[in-house]
Design a protein around this ligand. Structure first.
Ligand SMILES: Nc1ncnc2c1ncn2[C@@H]1O[C@H](COP(=O)(O)OP(=O)(O)O)[C@@H](O)[C@H]1O
Ligand SMILES: [Mg+2]
Length: 313
């Protein structure tokens, strides 16, 4: 009884793991990976909050479907940019609980919440003139604190850069995961990311408080969209060598690794976007992808399990 009370307490007070998915290369599958992994984590009973920090709004349109997203896009109300401009909105009021809905509004995936974006997030990079003493990432970080205790995982879908929107995710994260394809461009994207991360951490150091812990470094690389029969040993080895160099130079976390789980290339991943569902909720009859559909779902489930096991330190 007493033990149960204690363990209940520790669950309530444990901080969420905050992870940015980012690579300097676009189109590697960041959004597909984060949406489907978030869904897999929620299916495993974790409380997950996903932030869409990419002005292209792919994750938001995917999970809300076009009708619901259009309403937010029309006014900008409820989109993440409104915490900066006009600056009255609060993250805590912007969370769309159990975001995935069926045709009649029924909740299909309890535990997966979203803070969406619309196209207006691009203004954060150009027109926005905030107080230089309070950069956007600090404003965001302070607001995030109000909701953190409600989640096991807080995930940030970032564009392929570390400009202001991405900085919000990166500054608040403890871990960075890098989605990659088995090609030279992904390796270049990873290398560039680590350089830019270092610069951003130097730039933002004076805004960090000791309670925040260390600035986020790369903790994992996830190979995505792997075609069957394609041998990825060589690109994987090159990635591992680069990762080892960064670890030696203390530019990547000591525990950083290439995840054992890789996500296969499957038609159902592309179809899921059009259906407005994570692949785990696309029923077998709705796909023409056959058994690969089931298999890729188990890839995401395995990856979610591996992320849960990964020691954040
Ligand atoms: N495992 C996969 N199998 C097949 N297609 C995929 C897979 N992962 C991503 N894709 C496709 O690759 C394209 C780019 O993916 P996306 O997640 O939008 O990348 P990013 O967010 O990095 O730009 C999309 O068309 C998406 O459907
Ligand atoms: Mg994307």
């Amino acid at each position: 009884m007493f033990t149960r009370y204690l363990s209940g307490l520790s669950t309530a007070s444990r901080m969420a793991r905050k992870i940015s998915f980012i690579n300097y290369k676009g189109g590697v599958g960041k959004t597909s990976l984060i949406v489907n992994t978030a869904a897999a984590l929620a299916k495993l009973g974790k409380r997950v909050l996903l932030f869409d920090f990419d002005t292209q709004s792919n994750a938001s349109i995917w999970l809300l479907k076009l009708d619901r997203w259009n309403k937010i896009n029309a006014t900008g109300e409820g989109a993440i940019f409104s915490i900066f401009e006009p600056g009255r909105a609060q993250v805590k009021d912007m969370i769309i609980k159990d975001v995935v809905e069926g045709k009649t509004g029924e909740k299909l995936l309890p535990g997966l919440d979203l803070v969406p974006t619309t196209f207006n997030l691009v203004d954060l990079e150009n027109e926005y003139n905030g107080d230089p003493k309070r950069p956007p990432y600090l404003v965001f970080y302070e607001q995030l604190a109000a909701v953190e205790a409600n989640y096991d995982f807080i995930l940030f879908d970032c564009p392929p850069n570390i400009l202001r929107a991405s900085q919000c995710g990166v500054f608040s994260s403890n871990e960075i995961y890098v989605p990659a394809n088995p090609d030279a461009l992904s390796l270049i994207g990873f290398t560039l990311l680590v350089e830019k991360l270092h610069k951003f951490h130097q730039l933002s150091a004076s805004f960090r408080k000791s309670a925040m812990g260390l600035p986020a470094q790369v903790h994992g690389i996830i190979f995505n969209s792997i075609k069957s029969g394609v041998d990825i040993e060589v690109p994987k080895m090159r990635m591992q060598l680069r990762l080892n160099q960064f670890k030696t130079a203390k530019r990547a976390a000591p525990v950083a690794k290439i995840f054992d789980t890789q996500i296969r290339d499957a038609m159902v991943v592309r179809r899921a976007v059009a259906l407005g569902l994570p692949v785990a909720l696309v029923s077998a009859e709705a796909t023409d992808a056959g058994p690969a559909g089931d298999n890729v779902i188990s890839d995401y489930r395995k990856l979610a399990g591996e992320i849960i096991q990964q020691v954040p330190a």
